[in-house]
Design a protein around this ligand. Structure first.
Ligand code: GDP
Ligand code: IMO
Ligand code: MG
Length: 418
């Protein structure tokens, strides 16, 4: 059965780990949006792998992994990732790893403008400074450089020169920065293009011929970072919800019947923007230390808060979620009381509709009793302490969706099937 998997919060829900587990039942794993702003961690036999562009399915030799047209690709990061994975003994060849010729490519001027624009912004977003937004801007304004242009040295030279002339003008006039040398960027990036060329493959044709295989789409970021439905403007620059999987891959000809939503048992966020259940003080320290809540891409400390079921209910609807995966339940081990947000108040009044502006919102909480002992060793739902089961069952009933899997540790095997 073909499936799309997305994050239901603000990213870092544990998607990489869940993909690594679920891809056992799929043949082809496809990224469809975002870029190396993503950091997906998988821990196998004590070894930690962090993926920024390549689907984590690559750890399983027999799987085919692909980067769809909706992804923006930093060629430097892609080559570094391929090299690092190969040196860790992971097989990556043009047979098991493919990149769409229609992906847009990230260049140094995208990263620079991401950094400079952020400095000048009235309301900072806290981007990853990876050039993601500026690369999507170029795509939409039709001056972007696609993989297909990039791997053809003549067309690449022509397009790069045109872009650098234009970008340097803006750099000098607006930011007082001298800009980039066409010759230097061309020399460095043309060498990268030669290394990437073997992996570039017409995915529409390849997928169509493979349409009997089982596909799994790997979402990056999380629902509330979605460019349309997230907490705009504190969002990323792509559509991260399930409905973008077809558009970001060209795979409209396969039936998808599973929409898997991954949510942490609490909430985290990196970067700026509203966060109704955000915690400070001893609870923040607790989650950050116990959950090791530091960004896999930038290393920034993550903001932490209680589980917000108002947001999750919205995410379930937006993504048409058919099954849940709850991660990091083990991080709640040892808490005497656990709070869950069931509603919002503004100026003392309970809101009856989902608010488009989450700033100034006060959460309405329900309090649960914690459990004694640890859930880490649980491998069946019945192994969990009663209060942990009640917590999960409450989430399921509030959202009207069943949790199929629960993750209770960072290791590959720390998953229980419900
Ligand atoms: P992603 O971006 O959604 O793939 O998530 P990240 O990899 O950025 O962040 C999730 C972090 O939590 C990683 O360090 C994972 O190794 C870790 N992790 C995943 N699932 C669990 C879990 O169930 N328990 C614990 N303690 N850690 C987990
Ligand atoms: P994964 O796939 C968490 C956040 C950034 C910033 C905002 C915009 O690992 O869950 P951008 O660089 O995309 O323009 O930054 O989005 N952000 C993420 N936060 N996990 C991610 O990816 C993220 N990708 C982007 O921190 O707030
Ligand atoms: Mg991450």
């Amino acid at each position: 059965m073909n499936a799309v998997l997305v994050g239901l919060q603000w990213g870092d829900e544990g998607k990489g780990k869940v993909i690594d587990y679920l891809c056992q039942k799929h043949d082809v794993i496809v990224r469809f949006q975002g870029g190396n702003n993503a950091g997906h961690t998988v821990v196998v036999q004590g070894k930690k792998f962090v993926f920024h562009l390549i689907p984590s399915g690559i750890l399983r030799e027999e799987k085919i992994c692909a980067i769809g047209n909706g992804v923006v690709v930093d060629p430097k990061v892609l080559i570094e990732e391929i090299t690092a994975l190969k040196s860790q003994g992971i097989k990556i060849t043009p047979e098991n790893f493919k990149v769409s010729p229609l992906c847009h490519v990230i260049f140094p001027y995208h990263k620079m403008i991401d950094t400079l624009r952020e400095k000048k912004r009235l309301h900072k977003i806290g981007t990853t400074k990876r050039g993601i937004g500026p690369c999507y801007v170029d795509k939409v304004t039709r001056c972007g450089i696609r993989m297909i242009d990039f791997i053809d040295s003549k067309s690449f030279a022509e397009k790069l020169k045109d872009n650098i002339i234009n970008q340097n003008y803006i750099f000098r006039k607006v930011y007082g920065f001298k800009g980039f040398s066409f010759e230097e960027v061309y020399a460095e990036y043309n060498a990268l293009a030669k290394k990437i060329k073997p992996y570039v493959c017409d995915l529409v044709d390849y997928f169509y011929k493979s349409r009997d295989k089982k596909f799994l789409f790997e979402g990056a970021q999380g629902t509330f970072l979605d460019i349309d439905f997230g907490t705009y403007p504190f969002v990323t620059s792509s559509s991260v919800i399930t409905s973008n999987a077809c558009l970001g891959s060209g795979l409209s000809f396969i039936p998808v019947s599973k929409y898997i939503g991954v949510a942490k048992a609490y909430t985290t966020r990196v970067g700026e923007g509203p966060f109704p259940t955000e915690l400070n003080g001893k609870y923040l320290d607790y989650f950050r230390n116990k959950g090791v809540e530091f960004g896999a891409t930038t290393g920034r400390p993550r903001r932490c808060g209680w589980l917000d079921l108002v947001l999750l209910r919205r995410a379930v609807i937006l993504n048409n979620i058919t099954e849940l995966v709850i991660t990091k339940l083990d991080v709640l081990d040892g808490l005497k009381k656990i709070k869950v947000c069931l509603g919002y108040k503004r100026s003392g009044k309970v809101l009856t509709e989902f608010p488009y502006d989450l700033s100034g919102i006060k959460p309405v909480y329900k309090e649960f009793d914690g459990w004694s002992g640890s859930v880490c060793q649980a491998r069946k739902f019945s192994d969990l302490p009663k209060n942990a089961r009640s917590y999960v069952e409450f989430i399921e009933s509030f959202l009207g969706v069943k949790a199929k899997f629960i993750s209770v540790g960072e290791k590959r095997e720390s998953v229980l099937k419900k």
